[in-house]
Design a protein around this ligand. Structure first.
Ligand SMILES: Nc1ncnc2c1ncn2[C@@H]1O[C@H](COP(=O)(O)OP(=O)(O)OP(=O)(O)O)[C@@H](O)[C@H]1O
Ligand SMILES: [Mg+2]
Length: 383
């Protein structure tokens, strides 16, 4: 299943979004145009459905409350709303539609109140809140039906799907200096701090198979790379260990604290892709990687959804990543900051982009040039 349409009102710097979505979706735009904010919509839905410590109140308060989420250019409109269409393929009619609206109840009580919650299956409406029970007891409106097992029996599949959304913005230093930092791991580990525990927690056969596949890729991507293995140290802590072919045969190998940034990020990226069976959100996967590898990421992001039936969202600034001729204009969302908020458009819906793409220009050439600030000359002249 994938989300094949997203309709949003007043979320962060977006007043209105209504876009179809593909299995592989690139998100491009200038700095601070809202790429991460857009990815956060899917994380927000996941946070509502989380089995432990989830729910609407927590998802909103983790983001600083409705006042931080609601678009600052929204004027008087108090409501934030999100609607997703879930289908088997990008062009299929939606099997599920889930729509949610919420607002801050009042200034005194920081609670978030649902303004609506609706669910459809194959066009038939299964839920339409507020309903008679909500009208009788308005306190019910602080919880979505989606987060309550007692209320979501008819559409639990949506919760199961959203709960598996994963987000990766791996920060190599957090893995490398994990022992020194000994910090609290942020919930859901967006920066890969607990990546090794994640690797350790899967069945040994699955782990071995995944690491073998990653090893094969690393052998191609990294000169003289020979071996990747999972080990535990004397006190049982998990580690990854690599070996390079030019080392003396008696050398044991290096553990993750000596891996290069690129190798760590590539391992994290490949592991997440192999692990995912729902939606995977990748922030700037090109960071630290050689352009030869970056140029091969787009085909990889196309292949993985076919094998695992998942959907990949990628925020990027990389023209190399988008130079791949197989990327279709419908797979790229272009974010453009405007007076009343950022607009989100499917790149091939923009006439001049579509014409250039039809004339064999690549998305990297055509779309990314639109995201460049108008006057960059002054950047070198910090005053
Ligand atoms: N409620 C809100 N209303 C309006 N703007 C908001 C709101 N919340 C956050 N923003 C703005 O969103 C911007 C950050 O967006 P985001 O981090 O998604 O950008 P990005 O495209 O990922 O940028 P980068 O390429 O630098 O990572 C900031 O400028 C912030 O002020
Ligand atoms: Mg960002």
């Amino acid at each position: 299943m994938i989300i094949n349409r997203l309709i949003v009102k007043n979320w962060r710097n977006f007043q209105h979004i209504d876009v179809p979505l593909r299995e592989r979706q690139f998100i491009v735009g200038p700095n601070a145009s809202g790429k991460s904010n857009l990815l956060d919509i899917f994380r927000f839905l996941r946070d509502i459905t989380k089995a432990e410590g989830g729910g609407l109140q927590k998802a909103v308060s983790d983001r600083g409350g409705v006042s931080k989420i609601r678009c600052l250019s929204a004027g008087q409109a108090p409501e934030v709303s999100i609607e997703i269409h879930i289908a088997d393929t990008p062009d299929a009619p939606a099997t599920w539609r889930y729509s949610l609206g919420f607002r801050q109840a009042d200034r005194e009580h920081c609670q978030t109140h649902l303004t609506h919650e609706r669910v459809w299956r194959d066009g038939e409406r299964l839920l339409d809140r507020p309903d008679a029970d909500d009208n009788e007891d308005p306190d019910r409106l602080i919880q979505t039906a989606l987060e309550q097992n007692a209320a979501n029996a008819k559409f639990r599949e949506i919760g199961r799907f959203l709960r598996n959304v994963t987000y990766l913005h791996l920060v190599p230093q957090l893995i490398r200096f994990g022992d020194v930092i000994q910090g609290k791991v942020i919930e859901d580990d967006p920066f890969g701090q607990a990546f090794l525990e994640r690797v350790a927690s899967v069945h040994p056969n699955t782990r071995r198979a995944r690491l073998k596949r990653i090893e094969r890729t690393l052998k191609i991507a990294v000169p003289q790379f020979e071996k990747l293995e999972f080990i535990r140290d004397k006190i049982g802590r998990p580690h990854l260990r690599t070996r390079y072919s030019h080392w003396h045969p008696t050398e044991e190998g290096h553990c993750e604290n000596q891996f290069s940034d690129g190798v760590l990020r590539l391992i994290g990226l490949l592991w997440s892709l192999l692990e995912s069976d729902s939606i995977i959100l990748l922030e700037e996967p090109e960071l630290s990687l050689n352009i030869g590898i970056v140029s091969k990421l787009a085909p990889l992001f196309a292949r993985i959804p076919r094998i695992h039936q998942c959907q990949v969202f990628v925020s990027t600034h990389s023209s190399t990543l988008l130079t791949e001729p197989c990327i279709d204009g419908t797979e790229v969302l272009l974010l453009t900051p405007e007076k009343t908020g950022t607009s989100v458009k499917v790149s091939s819906d923009i006439e001049d982009i579509r014409i250039l793409l039809e004339n064999e220009f690549t998305v990297g050439e055509v779309v990314l040039s639109r995201t460049r600030p108008k006057d960059t000359a002054g950047v070198s002249l910090i005053q």
